[in-house]
Design a protein around this ligand. Structure first.
Ligand SMILES: NC(=O)c1ccc[n+]([C@@H]2O[C@H](COP(=O)([O-])OP(=O)(O)OC[C@H]3O[C@@H](n4cnc5c(N)ncnc54)[C@H](OP(=O)(O)O)[C@@H]3O)[C@@H](O)[C@H]2O)c1
Length: 312
């Protein structure tokens, strides 16, 4: 298959490229050339999504779009000569999420601006052209430039008393970028259309299982949510993967439709082990300023100690 990847050099896209090459596809990537490079055997067309002229006059059997945020740009790229278009969206396309549980029948943003409304507007162009839309949950794995799960893996493996948020048995659902990549290739190859939530089934793992995968003997100090809130802990940014439980939908994303369409997820222990290896091999050096505003900062020992005192 001749496959166009819009993106492909940082995190999710990079795994799509690797999986596509492993399956023997002929791969073209389209990026500005600012982040990362194309592996051997991949055609790299340099350009900005604001102007897809360099892609005109050519044809691909399928495209996987990992870098679409602007609806007009997704309109332009999905109008190219492409057999089947797979667009990476987000659960933020649902106005109800993360406040309430969602599935693919939940309404998506109909107006407004910003990440979620823009993804929803971009989705409509893709769906109208018979493509597939994948509303990803929390994407994890090696090369994660937002660094949410790596933040935890690094911290737990540093040792000592590790403050941990809320309930140890709180269920979570995450998606390894490699599983998402592989399944999106299936959607492209089989020309499956429609909208899907792209994450693991509800209840896939728990916060404790995830943290213990980084070190089974970790000294985890679970701080109840009300104490975290009293202390003004910033959800998601100070403690990645933690939103207060009143955001009922956070880890209640229905995935039956995606599972029926073939999405399979590896055990979280495998993902955590691979992130640990990536970190040991200096993976953090890949991070640059791009998107650093979304990245959780390292927690200071003083802040950790202050949080641990909340348990006394
Ligand atoms: N991380 C999560 O947990 C999460 C959750 C839900 C959904 N998502 C979605 O998953 C996708 C994440 O993808 P990723 O960033 O990991 O993909 P990626 O394809 O690995 O990286 C982004 C690529 O886009 C290229 N790019 C950025 N701006 C561009 C532009 N204006 N024109 C052309 N190329 C451009 C970058 O290269 P250059 O900079 O060199 O151009 C880079 O190759 C996004 O669509 C995001 O909304 C993520």
């Amino acid at each position: 298959m001749r496959l166009l990847i819009l993106g492909g050099t940082v995190f999710l896209g990079r795994h799509v490229v690797d999986a596509a090459l492993a399956r023997g596809h002929e791969v073209t990537i389209f990026t500005r050339g600012r982040h990362g490079t194309a592996p051997h055997g991949v055609e790299h067309v340099i350009g900005d999504r604001a102007d897809v002229t360099p892609l005109q006059g050519r044809a691909w059997d399928a495209a996987i779009d990992t870098s679409g945020y602007d609806p007009a740009q997704v309109d332009a790229s999905s109008a190219l000569d492409i057999g089947h278009y797979v667009f990476v969206s987000s659960c933020n396309a649902y106005p109800d999420w993360p406040d309430k549980p969602v599935d693919e029948d939940s309404p998506t943003w109909e107006d407004g601006e910003g990440y979620g409304p823009d993804k929803a507007a971009a989705e409509r162009f893709v769906l109208a052209r018979g493509g597939a839309v994948v509303r990803a949950g929390l994407i994890v794995g090696p090369h994660d430039n937002i660094f949410r799960l790596p933040w935890w893996v690094r911290r737990v493996r540093e040792g000592g008393a590790v403050p941990a948020p809320g309930r140890p048995d709180r269920p979570l659902q995450i998606i390894d970028a490699r599983d998402l990549a592989s399944w999106m290739l299936d959607l492209a190859e089989l020309r499956i259309a429609g909208a899907f939530n792209g994450t693991a089934p509800i209840g896939q793992t728990t916060m404790e299982e995830l943290l213990r995968a980084a070190d089974p003997d970790a000294d985890l100090r679970w701080i109840p949510e009300d104490k975290l809130e009293e202390a003004g802990v910033e959800p998601w940014m100070e403690f990645p993967l933690w939103l207060p439980e009143r955001f009922e939908g956070t880890w209640h994303i229905g995935t039956e439709k995606a599972q029926a369409a073939g999405l399979r997820t590896r055990p979280v222990g495998e993902t955590v082990a691979d992130i640990a290896t990536w970190l040991e091999n200096g993976g953090e050096a890949e991070l640059d300023e791009w998107r650093s505003e979304h990245r959780p900062g390292k927690m200071s020992p003083e802040r950790e100690a202050a949080l641990s005192r909340l348990l006394c």
